[in-house]
Design a binder for this molecule. Structure first.
Ligand code: 2BA
Length: 107
């Protein structure tokens, strides 16, 4: 068994969770915060049998979209202090980790 940890844009949460449940995957969603943007995102925990890992990732891939965000960045310093310029970064679709589950029990 594997644990899939998927960090997704919170805008995609509803469609990903619906598609996962429709595909008979069990999913737990957590409200999380990205360390770089300090903005809310969603982390999904999905326990799956080894042979269903690819199918699960495919569902996530189909429902998660890349987005462009504009964030302030210090480009240098001028006589008044930091020279802040907006830069564009691409966020998502999804950051996915697949880890081995040593033991799984429902008690
Ligand atoms: P954030 O940390 O808020 O990062 C949002 C986006 O900012 C990232 O998108 C990336 O495009 C950019 N970014 C992040 N750190 C950066 C840095 N040090 N310098 C320049 N740009 C940076 P994604 O890569 O799609 O990541 C989306 C969210 O997924 C992240 O939100 C974070 O919550 C999570 N994440 C991504 N990689 C991770 C990792 N290796 N470990 C844990 N969480 C991760």
């Amino acid at each position: 068994m594997k644990m899939i940890t998927a960090i997704i844009n919170k805008e995609d949460t509803r469609s990903v969770c619906s598609a996962l449940v429709k595909g008979s995957f069990s999913v737990t969603r957590l409200s999380t915060t990205g360390g770089f943007l300090m903005a809310g995102n969603t982390t999904l925990l999905i326990g799956v049998e080894d042979e269903k890992v690819e199918a699960c990732i495919e569902v996530i891939r189909k429902c998660c979209h890349q987005r462009t965000e504009v964030v302030p960045s210090v480009a240098g310093y001028n006589e008044y202090g930091p020279d802040v310029e907006p830069v564009e970064i691409t966020v998502g679709g999804a950051t996915v980790f697949v880890t081995n589950v040593e033991r799984f029990e429902k008690l």
